[in-house]
Design a binder for this molecule. Structure first.
Ligand SMILES: Nc1ncnc2c1ncn2[C@@H]1O[C@H](COP(=O)(O)OP(=O)(O)OP(=O)(O)O)[C@@H](O)[C@H]1O
Ligand SMILES: [Mg+2]
Length: 259
């Protein structure tokens, strides 16, 4: 399984909570989506967030960044309560960044212009901006399309621009909502490596990643959380989850293997 990740970082790291959701409940138009959901994401870990369509994964990301306020419960970042903190404060104070499931780019701007727009907000020193933009263009192999408007890019290319934009600020906490969606095999592998490198470069950085490419996600995850029927039904290391009865019954099914 762990062809990319050679070790599970949590085996030697102290367990410091970076993000905590405590007793979160949320309903949309009286339809309950999340019911008493609590979990911790630890400093330095890559944590997968899995579950069937519509279970509330993107909603959880929106709750963490502050786009959605839960009906009940609290959110903590770095062990500080942030439930009433606006989006920009969570982003600036805690280095929080998100790759949204859809969008995330300005359609009428080119790749370079998208990155430039973000760089002007998140990178203080002018001289560092171009260097970082070039680095991202090269990392995500966007050179051939760097002057193409985002609306004319392929789905995978657009996703790469959105991921590159989220990394411009050197975030400490990265939320990625379906980052593998639309990526080809080699690009998937490259992104897996990029994510593992983000962890290696800064061993306090944490990533929460949701994706339906469960095999690709578990290959780089230290831990994962599985949601079903409004609740967390299992959490643990990939190996623990594969052997978990609830995870099998509600999410993986019988035939799923990770090696
Ligand atoms: N603003 C909203 N108003 C009403 N219902 C919403 C809203 N946002 C999300 N929902 C509903 O909440 C549920 C959870 O949606 P969410 O996008 O979090 O699911 P998900 O787990 O990310 O699914 P997927 O794997 O398909 O991306 C869905 O039933 C969706 O229709
Ligand atoms: Mg989603």
């Amino acid at each position: 399984m762990a062809i990319i990740k050679k070790f599970r970082i949590t085996t030697f790291k102290k367990e410091i909570n970076k993000i905590t959701l405590k007793k979160i409940s949320l309903s949309y138009n009286r339809r309950q989506i999340l019911d008493d959901v609590s979990f911790n994401i630890r400093e330095g870990e890559i944590c997968g967030l899995l579950g069937p369509n519509g279970v509330g994964k993107s909603t959880i990301f929106n709750i963490i960044v502050g786009l959605v306020k839960p009906n009940y419960g609290d959110i903590y970042i770095n062990q500080k309560i942030v439930t009433d903190l606006p989006i920009y404060k969570r982003s600036i104070d805690f280095g929080l960044s998100i790759v949204p499931q859809t969008g995330g780019v300005f359609s009428n701007l080119t790749c370079i212009e998208n990155l430039k727009a973000i760089s002007e907000i998140v990178i203080e020193k002018k001289e560092e901006r171009n260097f970082k933009i070039e680095k991202m263009i090269s990392k995500f192999e966007l050179d051939a399309v760097k002057n193409t408007k985002a609306k004319h890019l392929s789905g995978g290319q657009r996703k790469k621009v959105s991921i590159a934009m989220s990394l411009m600020s050197d975030p400490k906490i990265i939320l990625m909502d379906e980052p593998f969606q639309g990526l080809d095999i080699m690009s998937t592998r490259d992104l897996q490596e990029t994510i593992v490198n983000l962890q290696t470069e800064d061993n306090k950085r944490c990533c929460i990643i949701s994706d339906h490419a469960a095999r690709d996600l578990l290959a780089i995850s230290d831990r994962a959380i599985i949601l079903a029927n409004k609740k967390i039904i299992a959490q643990g290391t990939p190996t623990e989850l594969i052997n978990n009865k609830n995870a099998k019954n509600f999410y993986f099914g019988d035939a799923f293997k990770i090696s």
